[in-house]
Design a protein around this ligand. Structure first.
Ligand SMILES: Cc1cc2nc3c(=O)[nH]c(=O)nc-3n(C[C@H](O)[C@H](O)[C@H](O)COP(=O)(O)O)c2cc1C
Length: 169
């Protein structure tokens, strides 16, 4: 059906032939040999374990997507520094235990034929003192966020010493 429609289209409107092969292996210039052209975008799931670690159920969740043909998976956004937390039960990748916990996810995805990349996250001014033991969120700006995130208040200034600590970490 697609081919018939395509054949009827003026040559300039036809999809290039390679765009039809969504489910076929693809050699990605940076990610390498993928089992398909299907990519899964980052989606926060809020199911991290104690200490913001990646759990067995997270491994099973991502491995299932790989087993069903997703070529490239981006993880849910993953907090890189405790000062950047801002949501319940999201995973971190800062200390050793957290970093090691992701191994079970990457192993499971690779075993299922997929590739997985971590989406790194610092909430900046979108965080809230409730997630920071009462501390003021740090940000690359000292301006308060607009809209619903105004409730989070004014972030610490860019000159805040914590920013340089973060930049080094
Ligand atoms: C439940 C849910 C969680 C999401 N979490 C993230 C996230 O952690 N990081 C991110 O960059 N985008 C996140 N997104 C956005 C998706 O990755 C995706 O870009 C978006 O849903 C698709 O585009 P659209 O919804 O604007 O059409 C999330 C979306 C949903 C529905």
């Amino acid at each position: 059906m697609t081919d018939k429609l395509d054949a009827a289209a003026p040559a300039t409107n036809r999809a290039p032939s390679h765009s039809r092969n969504l489910c076929e292996p693809w050699s990605h210039p940076y990610a390498g040999q993928l089992q398909s052209r299907i990519a899964m975008s980052a989606m926060t799931r809020n199911f991290a374990g104690p200490g913001h670690t990646a759990t067995e159920s997270m491994a099973a969740y991502y491995a299932l997507r790989a087993a069903n043909g997703v070529g490239l998976i981006l993880t849910e956004a993953t907090i890189v520094h405790a000062s950047g937390d801002g949501y319940r039960d999201v995973p971190h990748i800062e200390d050793e235990a957290q970093t090691e916990s992701w191994q079970r996810v990457t192993d499971a995805v690779r075993a299922a034929g997929g590739h997985i990349y971590s989406q790194l996250w610092h909430c900046g001014r979108i965080s809230h003192p409730d997630f920071l033991c009462g501390a003021t969120p740090v940000s690359s700006t000292d301006r308060q966020a607009a809209g619903i995130n105004r409730q989070n208040g004014k972030p610490g200034s860019r000159q805040d010493a914590k920013i340089s600590v973060l930049a080094r970490s």
